[in-house]
Design a protein around this ligand. Structure first.
Ligand code: PMP
Length: 406
């Protein structure tokens, strides 16, 4: 079934506006996605009629909202097919989720001379927490290399593994290049050596179905705001067997069972990892976003976005002097490129004046830029609410940029 894009676009109020007198063309979906009215309404409804701190009250509002928060957890559980709802931890986003694992798992399982494996394709959020862990524990960080297409070299990966390797942390999709990594294979290889795997799903969760049980990953993390939901909310999925053994990362209210000045005992999952008042509004609105994209259909979204990717790739490639960085066989709907020797900021600013939002720079993935010997790229990332006509506008804008600077 094909999507009714005009109907979908009507669900997103922000898309109706003009920027510098031109209709907004929003191609910065890799950075954050826009919000459908149902998500905006959900937040408004909570703050207008339902607000109360959860988990702590016996009064009506508190009980009702606690139930809605726990229902949201179940929506996420079903969405990624986790075995238990207590394997779903609400965090502030991908970054907090990765830091939680790096601190908590790292504290318990990583010591002197041990090794952590990440990849060249990682976002800084999946590099720096592991670097800090390695500094604290005097452990070593190893990095899976990539080829010139921006694909991970899995044979090299297997060679990096030793008896000292304690965890592998890689993204499913690179935010800088759009490469879809073969995480199923990475997980299989790692598990053959009894090594747990964290998957950074920040750029994959919005593009197709995820089944954490089928993948058999040990941790899977993502952010609500890249999934058509609110900012400040995200998910850490972890297998029960790991989460139960890991110490709490942050301490405070709700994560404890009993506190005295002599000894404190910790709450059970998932609350052990949810210290303080959680972003319950964000969690409930994120569940709404999930239900919204499910109503459109994850498979339909993937098919249409692939169509946009193919169209944009073919079209942009015809521009002389435009070079796509990241030409992996498997990609999501994201194109990173450079244009002759025109600086990406200059190009981005000119395009902006035509109402087109693309991202410019290193995309918080400096090692990827270093690998290709560039400072940065222009990145156009497409969502199911984008159209081929919008891609034509980008194409025309780039021709103007070339005329101005070329
Ligand atoms: N990992 C990847 C692959 C990302 O694209 C991003 C966001 N650009 C992050 C991690 C960090 O996500 P957040 O800022 O929502 O915590």
């Amino acid at each position: 079934m094909s999507l009714d894009i005009q109907k979908i676009r009507n669900d997103f109020p922000i898309l109706k506006q003009e920027i510098y007198g031109k209709p907004l063309v929003y191609f910065d979906n890799g950075a954050t996605t826009q919000k459908p009215q149902v998500v905006i309404d959900e937040e408004l409804k909570i703050y207008s009629h339902e607000n109360s701190n959860i988990h702590r009250g016996v009064h009506y509002l508190s009980e009702q909202l606690t139930q809605r928060f726990e229902d949201a957890r179940k929506v996420v559980q079903k969405f990624i097919n986790a075995k238990h709802d207590h394997e779903i931890i609400f965090t502030s986003g991908t970054t907090q989720s990765i830091n939680t694992v790096a601190y908590s798992f790292g504290d318990r399982y990583v010591s002197d001379e041990d090794e952590v494996i990440i990849s060249t394709l990682e976002h800084h959020s999946n590099i720096v927490p592991w670097q800090l862990l390695c500094e604290r524990k005097k452990a070593n960080l190893k990095v899976i290399p990539i080829n010139d297409n921006g694909e991970l070299l899995l044979d090299e990966f297997e060679k990096l593994i030793t008896s000292k390797t304690k965890i592998v942390a890689v993204n499913q999709v690179s935010n800088a290049l759009g490469t879809v990594n073969d995480i199923k294979r990475i997980i299989e290889i790692s598990h053959k050596h009894n090594i747990p795997v964290l998957i950074d799903g920040a750029q994959s969760i919005q593009h197709g179905k995820i089944d954490v049980q089928e993948l058999d990953c040990d941790f899977f993390v993502f952010s609500g705001h890249k999934l058509y939901g609110p900012t400040g909310i995200g998910i850490l999925y972890g297998k029960e067997k790991w989460l139960n053994k890991m110490p709490p990362f942050m301490a405070g209210g709700e994560m404890i069972k009993k506190v005295s000045f002599e000894k404190t005992s910790f709450n059970e999952l998932p609350f052990k990892f949810e210290a303080g008042t959680p972003n319950y509004t964000g969690a409930i609105a994120m569940a709404k976003a999930i239900e919204y994209i499910q109503s459109i259909g994850l498979d339909e979204i993937a098919t249409y976005e692939k169509e946009l990717l193919n169209y944009a790739t073919e079209k942009l490639q015809t521009i002389k002097g435009l070079k796509i960085i990241g030409t992996a066989k498997e990609k999501v709907s994201l194109i990173s490129f450079i244009l002759e020797n025109i600086h990406h900021y200059d190009a981005g600013m000119v395009i902006d004046k035509m109402g087109i939002a693309v991202r410019t720079g290193h995309h918080c993935a400096e090692p990827v830029m270093n690998r290709f010997n560039i400072e940065g790229t222009l990145r156009a990332s497409f969502s199911f609410y984008n159209t081929k006509e919008e891609i034509d506008k980008l194409y025309n804008a780039l021709l103007i940029v070339k005329q101005m600077f070329g």
